[in-house]
Design a binder for this molecule. Structure first.
Ligand SMILES: Cc1cc2nc3c(=O)[nH]c(=O)nc-3n(C[C@H](O)[C@H](O)[C@H](O)COP(=O)(O)OP(=O)(O)OC[C@H]3O[C@@H](n4cnc5c(N)ncnc54)[C@H](O)[C@@H]3O)c2cc1C
Length: 503
């Protein structure tokens, strides 16, 4: 059948789509539809507001989005379930949001229409040199599956983030400086498109779709139901954690930036300022933590270099040569938990990890080190407007290495000159007061404005509450091609959220 997508693919895909871009028709959304018809056709479950379990089913990782009440949540168990849910929503004119792990900071994986949940598509199977992983196989589950093979993939710093969103936005973790972003090692993806068709995008077929899926952001082109990833042979990691005196924070931050930027590809890590309760007078804590993907002796030498650059020594230091699974479980604070327990509370009977109540954040990507004056400004913004009961974090994660030896245009992930990503994060308990919400929003927003002029862009997986010019900041020069891919594969803009391609 020659439809618009086939035409665009046959006629050179994205180039031809350019001529048609701008003619995207809008769809009307909002009809309630006959959900019983969908329920009857699904292998998985459909939860309506009147069904028991609905309140749990609508939850994301951050409790503030409990305020959003979807018409229904479809727990899809197969690609065919996904296709049925999409065709149903399309025929009924119901807006769809796609959800895997539900970790999007900005709540893009929920909405007032139908949530297509693929968290139950959680296979993780190694076949030769390929890992086939479902969008709902959380990091901790993927790690468990890889362990017998002594292999790893990029997994971020949260055990329950899922590949559905993680790879779609790029995916950065302790493996990134050595092996690239998570999506750099994706070779193919099976996707359910807006018309319900199921395609396998690879370098041979639907290659522009695969290009867009590798860093172009989740919820844009279709619902990924399977990723094919090339894991790396890397059974062990040397995990480290150092706590420092806050009085030395400017020197430690300056030293950390240079240390990370000039370090071996084996070096991965984060610089973190954290104030669990930011009441006036409370002293923040300084943490440098991460992993080394080479021998422990080399890490010890590198850590001594950091002390020397900072001209101070940490208050405490722990270094441990661990398996991939052990190192990541420590990173996740799950080393005393089973895999079944290391899940978001409510998602399985054993799950123990609490949700975040409320969060505001502003992140930017950097392609250079901050100067001493810039560090002063950042630390002043961090210390500003103290508020009791607010958890405040300055979170900086090292990038670069192998991720920067790939061209900007070979995948949709643009930030190939980045040395780190940094953000202000303000967390509160569930149901905060309006005053606290306002203070958190102002603090994180001000942090973003301080970071902005020093930065080279922003990372779509670390969304920012406020971000002007998000198209350029998230996607740089790849945005136009993303629009073409969007038009080729979702011409009616069926998959959309507040920052979706073309919105
Ligand atoms: C505590 C915490 C720690 C984090 N640490 C890291 C980190 O170390 N490194 C990092 O890179 N990121 C990190 N993230 C960010 C995380 O990678 C992104 O939020 C990611 O998009 C989450 O994916 P998800 O499937 O869990 O979330 P969801 O909220 O389900 O999805 C995120 C986005 O992707 C879309 N989407 C979901 N599933 C699919 C699918 N199957 N097909 C197409 N689109 C889909 C959604 O519609 C939404 O727009 C962290 C987030 C949290 C909350």
């Amino acid at each position: 059948m020659l439809n618009r997508r086939n035409f665009l693919r046959a006629s050179g895909g994205v180039a031809a789509a350019g001529a048609l871009a701008g003619a995207v028709p809008s769809v009307s959304f909002g009809a309630t539809g006959s959900y019983e018809r969908l329920r009857a056709g699904l292998q998985g479950d459909l939860l309506l507001p009147t069904d028991s379990g609905y309140d749990l089913a609508k939850q994301l990782q951050i409790a503030q989005y409990d305020a959003v009440s979807p018409q229904a949540i479809a727990y899809c168990e197969t690609p065919q379930d996904v296709a049925k849910a999409i065709q149903f929503a399309s025929s009924e004119g119901i807006a769809v949001r796609t959800r895997s792990g539900g970790h999007n900071y900005s709540g893009w994986s929920t909405g007032e229409g139908l949530v297509v949940d693929v968290s139950r598509i959680q296979h993780a199977k190694v076949n030769g040199s390929t890992l086939k992983v479902g969008p709902g196989a959380s990091s901790i589950r993927a790690i468990e599956a890889l362990t017998p093979y002594n292999k790893q993939i990029a997994t971020g710093t949260c055990p329950t983030v899922c590949p559905g969103g993680f790879f779609s936005g790029g995916g950065i973790g302790y493996q990134t400086r050595k092996f690239g972003t998570g999506s750099d090692r994706v070779t193919a993806a099976t996707v359910v498109l807006a018309d319900g068709s199921i395609v396998r995008a690879s370098s041979s077929y639907d290659s522009s779709l695969l290009w867009g899926l590798r860093g172009g952001g989740g919820g844009n082109f279709g619902v990924v139901v399977d990723w094919e990833v090339r894991p790396v042979d890397q059974p062990r990691m040397v995990w480290y954690e150092q706590w420092w005196d806050y009085d030395q924070a400017p020197a430690i931050f300056a030293a950390w930036q240079a240390w990370m930027a000039n370090g071996s590809d084996d070096l991965a890590g984060q610089f973190v300022l954290v104030t669990p309760d930011a009441a006036p007078g409370a002293k923040p804590m300084v943490l440098t933590t991460g992993a080394y993907l080479g021998p422990q002796s080399e890490l010890e030498t590198a850590l001594a270099q950091l002390n020397s650059l900072a001209k101070t020594a940490p208050l405490s230091k722990v270094v441990a040569d661990l398996t991939y699974a052990e190192a990541m479980k420590r990173t996740y604070h799950c080393d005393q938990l089973t895999v079944a327990q290391c899940q978001r509370a409510g998602t399985t009977p054993d799950a123990q990890l609490p949700r975040t109540g409320f969060q505001r954040e502003s992140y930017r990507v950097f392609n250079r080190e901050m100067t001493a004056t810039e560090i002063e400004k950042v630390l002043a913004a961090y210390d500003a407007n103290r508020a009791a009961g607010h958890t405040r974090v300055l979170h900086v994660m090292g990038l670069g290495g192998a991720a920067n030896r790939i061209s900007r245009t070979s995948t949709a992930f643009w930030h190939r000159d980045a040395t780190f990503v940094a953000g202000f994060v303000n967390q509160l308990g569930a149901n905060p007061s309006a005053t606290d919400v306002q203070a958190a929003t102002a603090w994180a927003g001000n942090g973003g404005r301080v970071l902005d002029p020093m930065s080279s862009g922003a990372y779509v997986n670390f969304t920012s509450t406020e971000l002007t010019d998000w198209q350029t900041k998230y996607y740089g020069g790849n945005y136009n091609k993303l629009r073409y891919v969007k038009f080729a594969y979702d011409p009616d803009n069926f998959f959309r959220h507040p920052r979706s391609i073309g919105s």
